[in-house]
Design a protein around this ligand. Structure first.
Ligand SMILES: [Fe+2]
Ligand SMILES: [Fe+2]
Length: 318
């Protein structure tokens, strides 16, 4: 039986397990304007980072397999660790614990009304919101413990985004191209709405950091639009690259070098011609290449690449 593409993720999470927060917890806390707003904001994220992950672990076991389920268990443990660090921060900022918040209830309902794909899409939304939030949080208040916690959580969250992206890519690959496009579009719209709501809900923290709500929403939307858009290796896979994959890569290439996601009417013809030409050349290249290396499996290679990237980023940040 082929090894699970999630072996690399299991190794990734196991290597990071137990790495505690390196923060100067004894450093004195200095009262500054905005402390109470920050404490309330921290309490909401502390609640969001909590949760036992029982449902996703069950779905992971049933729909993907034991290795993925074990990786998910370690991912949930990392989130629980974030919740503990946020408790430390919230107490440092003299904030009250909350047991419920409407934003958390909405996320739970959305996650629990579908299968694994829905769960991953909602989780990914929370992860990329977290990428924007912890960056802003670090700027909102000058405190060494806050800075160290944000820095460490950001490294973990980047790993989580890559981990879920691997699963999402696998789930989307099973869908027909029009349905896949519609699902991604719907998800990006959901991210856009969520980012605006979170920006408003945490507007005082954004203001302390000198970040506008529009900037927060724009940066968060940017993370979502980068997702599942990378140009990937297409050679020497079993099954071989399809026409759709070659064309999708060509489209990404033309988008990248032109700087247009969707060209204007004046540029549409030149844009389409370029996509056709790049797809044509790419197809010829894939047909002409020869190798004695064994054919590769897409899922395993994509998972390896993401785990390598996450590990590299974690090492760079250490
Ligand atoms: Fe987290
Ligand atoms: Fe996360």
């Amino acid at each position: 039986m082929a090894a699970s593409p999630y072996c690399v993720w299991l190794e990734y999470f196991e290597r990071r397990r137990g790495v505690e927060l390196d923060a100067p917890l004894q450093a004195p806390f200095l009262e500054r304007p905005g402390r109470a707003a920050l404490a309330r904001s921290l309490a909401r994220f502390e609640l969001g980072e909590s949760g036992d992950g029982a449902r996703i672990r069950g779905l992971a076991e049933r729909e993907v397999g034991a290795t993925y389920a074990r990786a998910v268990k370690l991912f949930v443990a990392e989130e629980a660790q974030h919740a503990r660090w946020l408790t430390i921060l919230r107490e440092r900022f003299a904030g009250e614990r909350i047991d419920s918040h409407w934003s958390d209830r909405v996320f739970v309902v959305l996650r629990h009304t579908g299968g694994l794909r829905r769960e991953i899409l909602v989780l990914l939304t929370a992860e990329i919101i977290a990428l924007s939030y912890y960056r802003v949080l670090a700027l909102a208040y000058d405190d060494p413990v806050l800075s160290a916690a944000c820095e460490r959580i950001l490294v973990d969250e980047r790993g989580h985004v890559a981990f879920h992206e691997a699963t999402l890519g696998r789930e989307l690959a099973r869908m027909a191209p029009p349905a896949r496009g519609a699902a991604l579009l719907a998800w990006r719209s959901f991210v856009a709405v969520t980012a605006s709501v979170v920006a408003f809900d945490h507007r005082k923290v954004l203001a302390l950091a000198g970040v506008t709500q529009a900037q927060f929403a724009r940066v968060t939307r940017g993370y979502a639009s980068d997702m599942c858009r990378n140009i990937r290796t297409l050679y020497n896979f079993e099954p071989p690259a399809t026409e759709d994959e070659v064309r999708a890569a060509a489209l990404q290439y033309v988008r990248k070098i032109s700087g247009f996601t969707k060209p204007s009417a004046a540029n549409a013809e030149a844009f389409e011609q370029a996509v056709d030409a790049v797809a044509d050349v790419s197809r010829h290249l894939l047909d002409a290449l020869v190798t004695s290396a064994p054919q590769k499996d897409r899922e395993t290679e994509a998972a390896k690449a993401r785990a390598r990237r996450a590990a590299r980023e974690a090492a760079e940040a250490a």
